[in-house]
Design a protein around this ligand. Sequence first.
Ligand SMILES: Cc1cc2nc3c(=O)[nH]c(=O)nc-3n(C[C@H](O)[C@H](O)[C@H](O)COP(=O)(O)OP(=O)(O)OC[C@H]3O[C@@H](n4cnc5c(N)ncnc54)[C@H](O)[C@@H]3O)c2cc1C
Length: 417
Amino acid sequence: MKAPRYSALHLVRHGLTGKDWPRVWRSHDLRPAYDVVIVGAGVHGLATAYYLATRHGITNVAVLDKGYVGGGGSGRNTAILRSNYLTPEGVAFYDRSLRIYEGLSAELNFNVMFSQRGHLTLAHNDSSLRTMRWRAEVNKLVGVESEVIGPGEINRLVPFMDVSENTRYPILGALYHPPGGIVRHDAVNWGYARAADFAGVHIHQNTEVTGIDVTGGRVRGVQTTRGPIATRCVVNCTAGWSSLIAAMAGVELPIMTHPLQAAVTEPVKVFLGTVVVSGTLHVYVSQTDRGELVFGASVDPFASYSMRASLEFLEEVAGHVLQLMPSLARLRVLRQWAGLCDMTPDYSPIIGTTPVEGFVVDVGWGTYGFKAGPAAGEAVAELVATGRVPELIAGFDLARFTDGRLVGEKGAAAVGH
Ligand SMILES: Cc1cc2nc3c(=O)[nH]c(=O)nc-3n(C[C@H](O)[C@H](O)[C@H](O)COP(=O)(O)OP(=O)(O)OC[C@H]3O[C@@H](n4cnc5c(N)ncnc54)[C@H](O)[C@@H]3O)c2cc1C
């Protein structure tokens, strides 16, 4: 069934006739068997389902979620998109995702509000400046727009930021990445869900996976709170919960789950044109199209599955934002929240097959996985459909941890998601 198009004509027609719009995605009975079962209805699970159905004609697919679409990190992130990473593997991978994002509104017929407003990573000391130069060179080699700029240029981009030498952490320069920006995360999740649903995928919310059946070293099915499902392929897209799901299949992942918090202020007139990140101050700031300022930091320094926000975080992040932008002192914070992040030792994802036949992982997305959803979904769909590992994800396999081939991204991913 084809999704009804969202267009001005349809808007007028629905207004005149008073006819309801069809549901964005539908509810279905659980089938006893699916060709592919995807666990997790975040951007990764939904994108994988969408590309399986639309690019490879595999539509007998279930996406299972113990909660609701986008209820994990995909509906809690601060929606920063960029590709200015440190390793050639990382830069090429995130660049592919950014390029898909550029055409995503048109492809999904759903406005994902991708605003390429530029991304600044500040350097407050010589070693950060050195890393920025390193990143800029790697970025340029892969064809990604990225350069180191000085305080004068930073001041032109963000006039009210304190770039003087009289601050506690003077700004020596920044890595400027013009194609970076922000997106509307819910729209991305809903757009993929709608398109996957109309392509024939079944999205089952409130359906928790409680076990994975493995016999003879291969996947045979999953157990859920709504009954068993037979399948020969399970894709683990559960981010913060991914090591628990992998353990059900007998696979151990080198992942620790940490909470990550963020906060948003009351809306004010739009004045901040770029995303600003400071690794030294452990903070980043952007402004939504509605005018709210969004603040974030690095993960909480302890492993936990708790999604409670804390006063310590708010005090710290507010103090650091004011060091950069003292004029925000009177702005009020509206709300804060937390999500879970699946941290790997090298700050790169784990995508690919596992020692259990039919059990595929797309995990280890830490604090930076929302931007990766489209490219990861595209690559995982190809892997599942063809059995071949796409070149783009070859370096992110699970075996790299035992073979000593880490893809170290910490210098580009610890704070600037
Ligand atoms: C505060 C915050 C800010 C962030 N900012 C950014 C950013 O600016 N840019 C960026 O790129 N990334 C950012 N991230 C990271 C990003 O949100 C995640 O990496 C990404 O959303 C992971 O997507 P996913 O689809 O893999 O998993 P999720 O969206 O987390 O989805 C996993 C799903 O699995 C489901 N699940 C778990 N266990 C089970 C089970 N047993 N059975 C069935 N379902 C189950 C959960 O309910 C959940 O819906 C941020 C994260 C947070 C928390």
